[in-house]
Ligand binder design. Structure first.
Ligand SMILES: [Zn+2]
Length: 182
């Protein structure tokens, strides 16, 4: 009789596959492999500062890219970027059909000059129009936070711009229209 609770000589301990460290900024449910050349300082609420790795997308896209330290603005950007990209994919796959109010909201966003203040007003006003719509939820406060730190044409806002454009125009190709179609 052997003790079934103890591993026998034939059982090897599970060895985790050597995983590539993931990007510190990417969401946990959608991780990207990090690039060892892209490191930043992370100063956690408690404990010592340490260097963490980013993926190329986060390294180039984060609004705090001029600073060697990861900040709350970068975290707000990553959430906004992720939500906007996910929503665009859902839209393109037909899994999300925006309401008339959301299309109208997107059209308004597409037309306006983006500043922290204009975005705050748009989000506030939209709450009556598109209450709890997915587009509004994707913006959350994050678009306002990002606009507080970067100009309206910053790459940090590209994913949101693309989403707004596609929803506002009913699914035209976001950039790079074939020219000379007239
Ligand atoms: Zn990343």
């Amino acid at each position: 009789m052997t003790d079934a609770t103890l591993p026998t000589g034939n059982v090897r301990p599970l060895r985790p596959a050597k995983a590539v460290p993931v990007c510190h900024l990417c969401p946990a449910d959608d991780p990207s492999p990090s690039d060892p050349t892209f490191t930043v300082t992370l100063r956690p609420g408690f404990g010592p500062a340490r260097r963490v790795r980013l993926c190329e997308h986060c390294h180039r896209g984060r609004p705090g890219r001029q600073h060697d330290e990861l900040g709350p603005i970068d975290i707000a950007w990553r959430a906004l970027d992720h939500d906007a990209s996910r929503l665009l994919t859902a839209y393109e796959q037909g899994l999300w059909v925006p309401s008339g109010g959301e299309v109208e909201f997107a059209a308004g966003l597409a037309r306006m000059a983006w500043t922290e203040e204009s975005m705050r007003t748009a989000v506030r006003d939209a709450c009556n129009l598109v209450y709890a719509g997915r587009l509004l939820r994707a913006l959350d406060n994050n678009a306002i936070i990002v606009l507080r730190h970067v100009p309206a044409d910053d790459p940090a806002l590209h994913a949101l711009r693309r989403l707004v454009h596609v929803v506002a125009t009913g699914g035209e190709a976001p950039w790079g229209h074939p020219s000379g179609a007239a």
